[in-house]
Design a protein around this ligand. Sequence first.
Ligand code: NAD
Length: 290
Amino acid sequence: MKIGFIGLGNMGGPMAANLAKAGHAVIGYDLHAPMPEGVAQAKTAAQTAQDSDVVITMLPHGDILRSVAAEILPAMAQGSVFLDCSTVDVESARQVADQAAAHGVLAADGPVSGGIGGAAGGTLTFMVGGSDAAFGKISPLLDIMGQKAVHCGASGAGQAAKICNNMILGVTMIATCEAFALADKLGLDRQKMFDVVSTSSGYSWSMNAYCPAPGVGPQSPADNSYQPGFAADLMLKDLRLSQQAAAAVDADTPMGADATELYRQFVEDEDGKGRDFSAMLPRFEKRGRS
Ligand code: NAD
């Protein structure tokens, strides 16, 4: 296929490289990032759209997505697919899909989980919103960039799945970290705490696969001085998207709201910026109740 790829940063760069490696003709555009191996350089965003069967975007947020979409959709061929893999608000995803439809272009929102390692290794999970026709056309590309793709429903459903998943993740990571800090103060050995919880009803991905305590459980960013991994800043972004979505549909999400405020404090008022989101554990460790 001919593929345009816009946004070749930490995630988009390796995703585009994997498509090129698999034999697709990929033309890329980014304001700053260098072209990955095998990817031709476009002079403008619109140039990536010309003759492309699929244009993929991997951009920082919804405002940028909307402005890039407005630039490229008029240049895209009828029946081609606009696939946005960024994590953005549900509203932006739906707006872009409506604009695409007005240009005769199929649209899909396909945010990912799996992080930079998943992007490089081609093992991302895609959660996709859009029509069956759009999903069918992009499926072979998702198989190259990822190991699993779930068609979640109509446009916006992929972003909805992503922010609900990450709201659970933010809340459970905080719960896991505060429980470790409590266990410390109760004199419970961290390894024993892990041995019990990881095989009891408190288990979760945060405990079992990404344990925030250094030297306990499988290798995780905690074992690397909390270098991300998944940065607390990105968790804050996703939690804010969850609260924006919750406000738009009048959903009561008190735990999501608390997690958002805790990550906001951690990133904006404390030392959390640039640290892994599991560095909540050393944060709780240092604190008392007041
Ligand atoms: P990044 O900042 O490394 O990459 C974004 C790229 O977009 C940059 O290279 C930037 O120059 C480019 N860009 C910005 N505006 C542009 C424009 N108008 N035209 C062309 N290029 C433009 O970010 P990232 O870590 O690759 O994340 C991208 C998206 O993926 C975000 O929405 C993020 O939330 C999501 N995501 C990231 C991770 C992760 O672990 N990094 C995991 C899952 C999802």
